[in-house]
Design a protein around this ligand. Sequence first.
Ligand code: CUA
Length: 159
Amino acid sequence: MKVEFYEKIWLCAASALLALFVGTILVTAASDAVLPPTHMETVDPTALANHPEFGSPGVKAGPDGGIVVSVVAQTFSFFPDPIEVPTHRPVTFRITSSDVLHGFQIVGTNANAMAIPGYVSQFTVTFNKPGEYPIACNEYCGLMHHGMVAKLLVKEESR
Ligand code: CUA
């Protein structure tokens, strides 16, 4: 089989691009500590108001000295807002939606999950830097999607 010279160039260029794209994904996944979701839990999105946890979303002390933050996303806000947590302690976020798909991204960190009606997204993160972090919805959810933001206040706590 004879492969034309120009064909070889295009084959090499296409292969190089593929390697570059896959490499970019791998490098950013490693540098930004991207992890696949591992938690699987369902909840009735039509009965959240009467739910023992999501009926009154908020910040609570967890069983092992950690913090548990229950969050309900709803067009076009997050409850509670603002969310206040201490530094240097594991904070477990438990997020669901009462209507459509939303995103929950703590800007400047690797904390990023989907808020899916019917499901609880859960991840744990420890904040070492006190400050004010914006939380943004990063899944298009309607006309005011761009305004769906909340605030996370991380307060310094001595160890
Ligand atoms: Cu909620 Cu976009």
